[in-house]
Ligand binder design. Sequence first.
Ligand code: RP5
Length: 161
Amino acid sequence: MQKVAVVMGSTSDWPTMQQVTAQLTSLAIPYEKRVISAHRMPDELADFGKQAVALGFGAIIAGAGGAAHLPGMLAANTLLPVIGVPIKTRTLNGVDSLLSIVQMPGGVPVGTMAIGDAGAVNAALFAAAILALNDSELADRLQAFRDAQTKRAKESEAALQ
Ligand code: RP5
């Protein structure tokens, strides 16, 4: 199975990006995590983007906060699908991160998730949906996840009656 690269701009992003790795683990998707700052490690960022296919990755999930250039610059250096997670910031609540990630120029796409924990979980599920296109066993696990979620929602509704 292809693995997922989980990249973050700083170790300070880890509390959010942990939601990504937890969700990947629950779906038995292999991953590697890296800290690569777009601004502090620009050469490493370009190298990683260019090598990502050869390293066996099938998708990249990139989380960054503030002037969040990491997902877009990774996308500029690879043809792999890049999924961006806007990290919630103290100063602007992550709206800065969201707008930095989502407003890519036409021609270099980043699939941008919601700000914070929900975006992190959905980034893992979106990567799973991409990999499941060529992996029927993963598609079955993803369907089981959805079924369990639906069951919990129905049970919580029933508890209200
Ligand atoms: C971004 O700057 C990182 O993704 C992080 O969200 C933010 C702040 O980084 P630190 O100053 O906490 O290392 O590049």
